[in-house]
Design a protein around this ligand. Structure first.
Ligand code: GRF
Length: 187
């Protein structure tokens, strides 16, 4: 199969990146990870790119033209899909209008609930019965684009922020690859 070229954007640990690298080794998985972009030079996730010989770009978001540099690199690598995997920087309207391919994001809640930051503490404070994760298309509003896939679980009375995070991330490792398969199956 002809795989689509993907770029994964990270800012931190990169466990979703690691998982997508593993999945993309499968002949039938629709993407090849051509590039990793991090806005944080100390992101642990860069290690996964290095270890797997995937080119990576560390961007300095203090530079006024940093999105232009990203766009240039995406073009050079013929990227068809951007996966935001814990990327902690807002994608600008200008970027969205210039990159006219797909951009998807993973968020650790059942959107439209609990957009933005500090998701786990908000979920607990709100005494939710269920939570989970969402993969969605990215638009100009934060955590707001069309939902591709959601996975959920019931919250136990013994759960805390750490256990909810662990359970959510376990689901993320299923949801992100499934969302990518779904996108290209429907294409
Ligand atoms: C994930 O939980 C994702 O939902 C959120 O940021 C986290 C990134 O984790 N947007 P990792 O860097 O992939 O380990």
């Amino acid at each position: 199969m002809v795989k689509k070229n993907a770029c994964i954007f990270i800012s931190g640990k990169g466990s979703n990146l690691k998982n997508l690298i593993l999945k993309s080794r499968d002949y039938n998985f629709p993407i090849k990870i051509k590039l990793v972009i991090s806005n944080n030079k100390n992101a642990y996730g860069i290690f996964h790119a290095k270890k797997n010989s995937i080119p990576y770009l560390i961007v300095n978001t203090k530079l006024r033209n940093f999105e232009y540099l990203i766009l240039k690199s995406l073009k050079k690598n013929k990227i068809n899909l951007i996966c935001l995997a814990g990327y902690m920087k807002i994608i600008s309207k200008n970027f969205l209008s210039k990159f006219n391919k797909k951009i998807i994001n993973i968020h650790p809640s059942l959107l439209p609930k609990f957009k933005g930051l500090n998701t786990y503490s908000k979920i607990l404070k709100n005494n939710e019965i269920k939570t989970g994760c969402t993969v969605h298309y990215v638009n100009e509003k934060i955590d707001n684009g069309k939902i591709i896939i959601q996975k959920n679980f019931f919250i136990d009375s013994s759960d805390n922020e750490n256990t909810i995070k662990l359970k959510t991330q376990r689901l993320e490792y299923k949801a992100f690859p499934e969302a990518i398969i779904k996108i290209y199956r429907n294409f």
